[in-house]
Design a binder for this molecule. Structure first.
Ligand SMILES: [Zn+2]
Length: 284
């Protein structure tokens, strides 16, 4: 079993895992010689202007009265910035939290170009799977290094989560991401002011399968069955629009993703296609 990090869980690094080699250019730049654990160190970057980051307060998930509505928190108020992508003219699946050993089954099933939001930590620990996703022509965005709730972090820690995720992609697939999905939908104008300086554009969703609840049940939410997920997808399919949030971090959610793909079919868009085929930052 290769090591992967999932929501709220910390998988130990398996000694048999062949990591992405830590590149020399990254050693010259950071002074380090190996990939970090789940709490990556902040490495200052000269292109990040700290004075452009608004001083909204840090807060934990659910503590939504920390900032005024102008902070535009998606998970708190459903607030979406003009450059956020939240929906799609064609009903389309997106997959978060990989790459993982489970991703392969999904790759063998999908006949269209889908969008994956990968964790840097999982990329360097599953480098072959990351390259397979790229080789199949799918679009890969960043989902941070290790899946924290970004609004709870300092500016420096947010930068660390983004820079290390980008370095993981550079080192593993010679690839630089344009799209970014915040874990737990945790994004406000402080987080956006940082991710925009990396040239990233945030991608949210308007249809949530809650597939992860079948892997890690949450007693504070109503229980969800697989059948409910499929019933919802059939409903969403009626007007055939929107972005669906799913996960490829475990076999269970991948199996669900394959069944959802059977319901929708392969007439789907990648996130870039959703916003008109552009592959660079949208003007705002
Ligand atoms: Zn996630």
């Amino acid at each position: 079993m290769a090591s992967t990090v999932n929501k709220n869980t910390e998988a130990p690094i398996d000694a048999s895992v062949v990591q992405t080699p830590f590149p020399n250019w990254l050693t010259s730049f950071t002074g380090l010689t190996k990939w970090p654990g789940l709490n990556p160190p902040y490495i200052p970057l000269d292109f990040i202007n700290m004075s452009k980051i608004p001083p909204y307060k840090q807060y934990n998930s659910g503590f939504c009265d920390a900032n005024p509505p102008e902070a535009c928190a998606f998970d708190c108020d459903g607030c979406v910035a003009p450059d956020d992508v939240k929906t799609c003219p064609k009903l389309s699946q997106t997959f978060d939290d990989g790459p993982s050993p489970a991703t392969e089954k999904l790759l063998n099933t999908l006949k269209h170009k889908a969008t994956f939001f990968n964790l840097g930590y999982n990329i360097v620990n599953n480098p072959d799977m990351y390259r397979k996703v790229l080789e199949k022509g799918h679009l890969i965005g960043t989902h941070t290094w290790s899946h924290p709730y970004l609004p709870s972090l300092s500016n420096e820690k947010i930068i660390a989560q983004i820079e290390w995720s980008i370095w993981a992609m550079n080192a593993t697939g010679n690839h630089t991401p344009k799209w970014f999905r915040p874990p737990y939908g945790g994004i406000d104008n402080r987080v956006r002011a940082i991710t925009r300086q990396f040239g990233l554009q945030a991608v949210l969703w308007d249809h949530d399968t809650f597939d992860w609840q079948l892997v890690t049940p949450d007693n504070t939410l109503p229980p969800r069955s697989e059948q409910q997920i499929y019933d919802n997808v059939k409903k969403w399919k009626q007007n055939d629009k929107g972005l669906i949030l799913e996960h490829d971090g475990s076999d269970r959610t991948v199996d669900i993703g394959i069944n959802v793909n059977r319901i929708i079919g392969d007439d789907q868009f990648s996130v870039a296609q959703c916003v008109g085929g552009i592959d660079y930052i949208k003007h705002f």
